[in-house]
Design a protein around this ligand. Structure first.
Ligand SMILES: *[C@@H]1O[C@H](CO)[C@@H](O)[C@H](O)[C@H]1NC(C)=O
Ligand SMILES: *[C@@H]1O[C@H](CO)[C@@H](O)[C@H](O)[C@H]1NC(C)=O
Length: 342
C-alpha cells in the first residue's frame, strides 16, 4: 500500500502534465494559424489561387457553422478557470521560448497579447506555420513544446515505470488527464470508450479493454480558431501522437473530423499507416483564410519563396492530388492539402 502511493502520485502528476501538454500543443497549432493566415492570403492572391481553389473545391470541407460556435472563453476544465489560465500561460511561455530560440533558422518573437489570451497562442502558431515551410520542423518544434512542459524526471521514468508495465491503466489515466489539462485548449471534451481497441492488441498500441481510453473533443477550439486542417495535423495531431509514443511510451491515435470540429483521441491505439496517410492528406476548410489555395504552399516543403510570388509547385501538387483522389474514390475525406509525406 505504502509503496503504491508515490507511484500513484507520480502517475497523477504525469497525467496532469500530459494533459497540459496536449492542450498546449493544440493551442500552439491554433495560434500559429492566424499569423500564417495573412501571409497565406497574400501568397494565395499572388499565386494562381483561382485554379487551385476551383479545381479542388470538392476537397474542401465546410466545417461546423459559425452560428453554432461556442463561447470558448466560458468553457473551463474540471479544475476551473484559474488553473486553465495557468496552463495556458505555461504553454504560451514554452511556445514562445521554443519559437525564439537562438539556433532557429527563423526566430519568432513572442506576441504582445497577454499570456492568458488564447489569441496569443493562435498568433504564434499561425506565424510558425506561415514562416516555416518544412512541416517536419513544425512537427518537431510543436513536440518540443510539449516535452518542455513536463519535468524530465517524469518523461525519463514514465515509459518504463507506467506505460510499459501498465499500458491499459496509463491509457485511461492519460485520457483523464487530457480532459483535465486540455479543456482550455480544445473546448468541451469528455472521456469515452474505444470499443474497437479490444481487437487492436495486435496493432502494437498496447490495446486494453477500450473503456475510458478515449477523449472526445466536441468542437476543437484550436482547430476552430486556427481554421486550418494543416495546422491541426502538423502542430497538434502528429506532434501530440509522437510525444505520447516516443516520450511517454504510449500509443495514441487522434482522429479529427473537419466537418464537425470533433476530434477523437484513442489512447492505446497506434495509427495505421493508411490512417496516417489519410490524415496527412488533409482537406481545406471552407473558411480557410486563403480559400484553400495555399494548400500547395503549406503542404509542400519545396515551395519556399519568401517573397510570396508563388511557384508552379502547386500545379504539381494539384496533379498529384487528382491522382490521389482518383485512387481512392471511396475515401470519406477527400484531400486537398495533400502530400505531407514527411
Ligand atoms: C525538413 O526538416 C527535417 C528536420 O529538420 C530535415 O531532416 C529535412 O531534410 C527537411 N526537409 C527539407 C525538404 O528541407
Ligand atoms: C525576394 O526579394 C528580395 C528583395 O526584394 C530579392 O533580393 C530576392 O532575390 C527575392 N527572392 C526571391 C526568391 O525572389
Amino acid at each position: 500500500m505504502a509503496s503504491s502511493s508515490p507511484a500513484m502520485l507520480l502517475l497523477t502528476l504525469s497525467i496532469l502534465f500530459v494533459a497540459s501538454v496536449i492542450i498546449a500543443v493544440d493551442a500552439f497549432s491554433i495560434s500559429s494559424y492566424h499569423a500564417v493566415r495573412n501571409q497565406w492570403r497574400q501568397r494565395c492572391c499572388a499565386a494562381t489561387a483561382t485554379t487551385s481553389c476551383s479545381s479542388s473545391r470538392r476537397s474542401t470541407v465546410e466545417g461546423p457553422p459559425l452560428s453554432t460556435k461556442p463561447d470558448y472563453s466560458s468553457i473551463h476544465g474540471p479544475l476551473g478557470q484559474i488553473v486553465d489560465n495557468i496552463l495556458m500561460s505555461a504553454f504560451r511561455t514554452k511556445l514562445s521560448e521554443r519559437l525564439d530560440r537562438s539556433d532557429n533558422i527563423i526566430r519568432i518573437k513572442d506576441s504582445s497579447l497577454a499570456t492568458h489570451d488564447f489569441a496569443g497562442i493562435i498568433e504564434l502558431t499561425t506565424t510558425m506555420n506561415s514562416q516555416y515551410t518544412n512541416r517536419t520542423q513544425i512537427q518537431e518544434m510543436s513536440r518540443d513544446v510539449l516535452v518542455s512542459l513536463f519535468p524530465p524526471f517524469i518523461l525519463d521514468r514514465y515509459p518504463s515505470w507506467f506505460a510499459k508495465p501498465f499500458p491499459e491503466f496509463s491509457a485511461k489515466m492519460c485520457a483523464w488527464a487530457t480532459v483535465v489539462g486540455g479543456t482550455w485548449l480544445m473546448g468541451e471534451c469528455t472521456v469515452n470508450d474505444i470499443p474497437e481497441i479490444v481487437d487492436d492488441n495486435g496493432g502494437g498500441g498496447g490495446g486494453g479493454d477500450g473503456k475510458s481510453q478515449g477523449v472526445l473533443v466536441k468542437r476543437c477550439r484550436f482547430l476552430e480558431e486556427s481554421q486550418c486542417a494543416s495546422i491541426c495535423v502538423n502542430s497538434c495531431k502528429i506532434p501530440t501522437q509522437n510525444f505520447f509514443r516516443h516520450n511517454m511510451g504510449l500509443a495514441l491515435t487522434m482522429t479529427p473530423d473537419y466537418e464537425t470540429g470533433e476530434c477523437q483521441f484513442a489512447f492505446g491505439k497506434l495509427p495505421t499507416e493508411e490512417e496516417e496517410r489519410l490524415a496527412k492528406d488533409t482537406p481545406c476548410l471552407m473558411r480557410c483564410p486563403s480559400g484553400g489555395s495555399m494548400r500547395s504552399w503549406h503542404s509542400n516543403d519545396r515551395v519556399s519563396d519568401e517573397n510570396g510570388t508563388g511557384s508552379l509547385q502547386w500545379l504539381d501538387d494539384l496533379r498529384e492530388l487528382e491522382r490521389l483522389i482518383a485512387n481512392k474514390k471511396e475515401a470519406k475525406v477527400q484531400s486537398a492539402c495533400l502530400l505531407m509525406e514527411d
